[in-house]
Write a protein that binds this ligand. Structure first.
Ligand code: ARG
Length: 462
């Protein structure tokens, strides 16, 4: 096939190099956006008097025809098309003849590809926001039914203090909210139009950049043509925000994997979301959270690839930029799949084992801080109370008993100010209920948070 830039060349491309150079294998994904961008450009050419209004209409009709042809599988891209932009232009010329050759007036593939990628990503960011919100809603539903379910809380993966399970799940809703805010912020910098920067320097053709930006719903335009065609910061920012989403999902995934182990046995995986082993008949594996945890690496890799791709590149466009697409596309599909998989896992993959959870919070020293706080309420300085309780715990461990097994006489020997009400304070549900400081796990506090999230996530205008 004759290349658009072929007059300058005498020989055809080496077939391997042709394929090596081509991005059509992956950038065909940008077809819709390429057509949308081209339609905006064609309208602008017509409205600015660069071509006639009739020519602009015909270009638009030709572009819409390509959209339908591809949707119906009538016209497929080939390696010789090089990239999605050349694919569209070539087909347009074959539909419209010489008029098709006018579309590229005042435009370059450099500003065109930047426009396409931004349009594509802007829409995916909106989809991701919806997916993240659905995951938040799934977590909220689980949290609501588990306000009074207790779960050991850990620091250093050592039992620390018991928690309301709802409080634990709400922590992930908070993380996902920050993720959504970050995407919202990135979107502002995705939503700027490079179209009209042309190859690198702008153009002598009297184009109207604000018109195309408006047509495509961009909030503003790049003010420097060199920056417009060579800025890929938005891709880095998006992949960084996505990396944090994956960090959060991987933490939740890892907790679920731990909880599902026989050692913890806090949760059972349902048949719908777990898989078996081909060898060991007794096994039920947490493949879903393991895959989410594992896929985190791909997204970090994409971030690293983009940063390295941009580093040290001289202005303006360099072919290196063609490499941005696979990193962006893979990030979007990986993150979307992982969010959706986690949502399904939360909704229908987990059964919390309440008996084991109750047993767990009743068989440890995670109420030790509460004895110290009790002594503080009797006016004993905290550090002194802390030392006293430390000794008590040491003694109990030696005797292989728990704090609740001590008699009132023994408590009085420890400190004469201790009364019968100590036994009540030692109960895990009392321990949890007492954490009433703002943001704490006390049931009243958690139920306020549940209400807040319910109105934030489920109210009709959200
Ligand atoms: N396929 C190219 C890319 O993805 C499009 C821009 C090509 N520009 C050029 N001057 N060769 O970056």
């Amino acid at each position: 096939m004759v290349k658009t830039w072929s007059d300058r060349f005498e020989e055809g491309l080496n077939p391997f190099i042709e394929s090596f150079n081509a991005s059509i294998k992956f950038d065909f994904l940008l077809l819709e956006e390429d057509l949308d961008g081209s339609i905006a450009h064609a309208r602008m050419l017509g409205k600015s008097g660069i071509i006639s209004p009739d020519e602009a209409d015909k270009l638009e009709q030709g572009l819409e025809k390509i959209r339908i042809e591809v949707a119906n599988g009538l016209y497929k891209p080939e390696i010789s098309d090089e990239d999605v932009h050349m694919f569209v232009e070539r087909r347009l010329i074959s539909i419209l003849g010489p008029l098709g050759k006018k579309l590229h007036t005042g435009r370059s593939r450099n500003d065109q590809v930047g426009t396409d990628v931004r349009l594509w990503l802007r829409r995916r960011i909106d989809h991701l926001d919806i997916a993240l919100k659905k995951l938040q809603v799934a977590l909220l539903a689980k949290a609501e039914t588990n306000l009074f379910t207790l779960i050991p809380g850990y620091t250093h993966l050592q039992r620390a203090q018991p928690l309301s399970l709802a409080h634990h799940l709400l922590a992930y809703i908070e993380m996902l909210e920050r993720d959504r805010n970050r995407l919202y912020d990135v979107r502002k910098r995705v939503n700027i139009s490079p179209l009209g920067a042309a190859a690198l320097a702008g153009t002598s053709i009297p184009i109207d950049r604000h018109f195309t930006a408006n047509q495509l719903d961009f909030s503003s335009i790049y003010f420097n043509s060199l920056d417009a065609v060579s800025d890929r910061d938005f891709a880095v920012e998006f992949t960084a925000a996505s990396s944090l989403i994956m960090v959060h999902l991987s933490r939740l995934a890892d907790e679920i994997i731990l909880w599902a182990s026989e050692e913890f046995a806090f949760v059972s995986l349902t048949d719908r979301c777990a898989t078996g082993s081909s060898l060991m008949p007794q096994k039920k594996n947490p493949d879903v959270p393991e895959l989410v945890r594992g896929k985190t690496g791909r997204v970090f890799g994409n971030l690293q690839a983009l940063l390295t791709m941009i580093k040290g590149l001289p202005l303006a466009y360099n072919k290196d930029f063609q490499e941005d697409k696979e990193a962006i596309f893979d990030t979007v599909s990986t993150v979307t799949d992982c969010i959706n998989a986690m949502k399904i896992l939360i909704e229908e993959g987990l059964e919390f084992n309440e008996d084991n959870l109750t047993l767990a919070v009743n068989s440890d020293f995670s109420n030790a801080t509460d004895v110290a706080d009790y002594l503080v309420s009797k006016n004993i300085p905290f550090r002194e109370a802390y030392q006293t309780v430390g000794k008590v715990v040491k003694m109990c461990i030696k005797k292989q008993i728990l704090l609740r097994d001590l008699t009132i006489i023994e408590w009085k020997e420890i400190n004469s100010l201790i009364e019968e009400d100590i036994f009540d304070r030692l109960l895990p549900e009392k321990v949890v209920a007492s954490r009433v400081s703002e943001g704490g796990t006390g049931f009243d506090r958690v139920s306020e948070q549940l209400e807040k999230w319910k109105s934030q996530l489920i109210s009709p205008n959200q």
